[in-house]
Design a protein around this ligand. Structure first.
Ligand SMILES: C[S@@+](CC[C@H](N)C(=O)[O-])C[C@H]1O[C@@H](n2cnc3c(N)ncnc32)[C@H](O)[C@@H]1O
Length: 285
């Protein structure tokens, strides 16, 4: 069922947990945290332990796998393919914008989130003197199709036309149904008309539709959905389904990256069995 309300700020607290994971793994500076982050982190220790012991992986493993693969792909596109513009949607307390601007000062990096989270992030960066014309934090709601908080308005305001943009969402799409995400992905693919060569980078989770593993992981997802008042959903069972949907919404090329491909090149935590997370890189052609 299509969601009734555009106000999805109830999801924002999850960014405090991921923010703490980035901090504890030396991906984020200490000042990019929150008062609640350490409490959430400690509170989830038993759940993370149980999940790793029984299931061979846990949320922290998945978060670090997806984050480091996304960093790797973005850095590659900047170094090898001359990307100079990045729009990160739902960036929460992610340190990526700050880290990438330190490594690549010529990059235009616009971070966005729901107004409350964007304001929190903006203040943290501003206090450190880390904002500039090339690095901004703005409010953006993925369900707004027009008005100042729409992706289209932010793109028109902040990015040079005719040049490609890398659009990133990390930890966002699984809080919504596929039906809710498809129109949003269509809008990202449509950015390619004014910004040829643009790309979309996101993560997804491949979960079979039946079986004991599927039931266990869906139970966890339902609990997270209740806590965040959202429709936590696994959209795809295999990479073929991802490719089909992304081509269907208008992307020209789609590549689904498995953490297993990166074990030897990147510092990724390992899991027992197959990883569920995949990083999706889709090009607008
Ligand atoms: C799990 S957090 C991920 C944060 C960050 N990307 C990370 O990986 O640390 C989900 C984020 O989605 C944001 N969010 C929720 N609903 C949104 C919406 N409708 N539009 C844009 N962002 C939204 C939340 O505020 C929160 O920061």
């Amino acid at each position: 069922m299509r969601r009734q309300s555009d106000d999805t700020a109830s999801i924002s607290f999850t960014g405090l947990y991921t923010g703490e994971v980035w901090r504890r793994n030396d991906l984020a500076p200490h000042w990019l945290g929150s008062g609640a982050g350490p409490w959430l982190y400690r509170g989830l220790v038993p759940v993370e332990w149980l999940s790793r012991t029984l299931g061979g992986s846990n949320l922290r493993t998945i978060l670090l796998q997806r984050h480091r693969i996304m960093d790797h792909l973005l850095a590659h596109w900047i170094r090898e393919e001359g990307v100079t513009q990045v729009l990160e949607i739902a960036s929460g307390l992610s340190p990526r914008g700050h880290r990438f601007r330190q490594c690549f000062p010529e990059l235009t990096y616009v971070e966005t989130d729901m107004p409350g989270m964007a304001e929190r992030k903006r203040r943290a960066l501003e206090q450190e003197g880390a904002l500039s014309e090339g690095h901004q934090v703005l409010p953006l709601n993925v369900f707004h199709r027009e008005g100042p908080e729409s992706m289209e308005a932010v793109v028109a305001q902040c990015f040079r036309p005719s040049e490609p943009i890398v659009v990133i969402t990390e930890g966002l799409t699984s809080y919504f149904t596929l039906e809710d995400m498809v129109p949003f992905w269509e809008r990202i693919a449509a950015l390619g008309a004014r910004h040829p060569g643009s790309r979309y980078l996101m993560e997804t989770y491949l979960v079979p539709r039946s079986g004991a593993f599927s039931r266990a992981i869906r139970m966890g997802a339902n609990a997270l959905g209740r806590l965040s008042d959202s429709d936590v959903t696994f959209h795809f069972a295999d990479a073929g389904e991802v490719e089909q949907v992304f081509r269907g919404v208008g992307f020209a090329g789609v590549r689904v990256h498995d953490p297993a491909e990166y074990r030897e090149h990147l510092d990724l935590p390992s899991n027992r069995g197959d990883a569920v997370v995949r990083v999706v890189a889709a090009g607008t052609g």
